[in-house]
Design a protein around this ligand. Structure first.
Ligand code: SF4
Ligand code: SF4
Length: 126
């Protein structure tokens, strides 16, 4: 996914319009069943690698609402597919191409963020 929204989110929706990858949707539009919070589409988030900071975190007023997740790359294909099956993620499925898993559609990521911090769900700081 790259970044993920936690239960600290207050659903202010401020981050939605800031995302250059249109990866964020409101709780009402979330593909997750009974979603309570804003959702980041894992197959779309690019970690704002061309910008100095992740733009969603830059505008978020709530500490701890946006945290790092694993890179959306082939190495973590199983991780995201498992999450998809568990309902944590809802990865887009194309009629012809199938599921846009990291193996099929990898995304850029910030190599400066350690895997340990990602595994720990460290807050995306700006
Ligand atoms: S890190 Fe950037 S691309 Fe990813 S959800 Fe936030 S604003 Fe969108
Ligand atoms: S800006 Fe932060 S608090 Fe507001 S909807 Fe996005 S993640 Fe939630």
């Amino acid at each position: 996914m790259s970044v993920i929204i936690t239960d600290s989110c207050i659903n202010c929706d401020t981050c939605i319009d800031e995302c250059p990858a249109t990866a964020i949707v409101s709780a009402d539009d979330s593909p997750i069943v009974d979603a309570q919070y804003v959702y980041v589409k894992p197959e779309k988030c690019i970690e704002c690698v061309d910008a100095s900071v992740p733009k969603c975190a830059y505008v978020c007023p709530t500490e701890g609402a946006i945290v790092w997740d694993m890179p959306y790359t082939a190495e973590y294909n199983d991780y995201f597919l498992q999450g998809h099956e568990d309902g944590k993620y809802n990865i887009r499925i194309h009629k012809k191409l199938g599921i846009f898993s990291p193996e099929k559609k990898p995304k850029p990521f910030r190599e400066s963020i350690s895997i340990a911090d990602r595994e720990a769900g460290m807050e995306v700081e700006i």
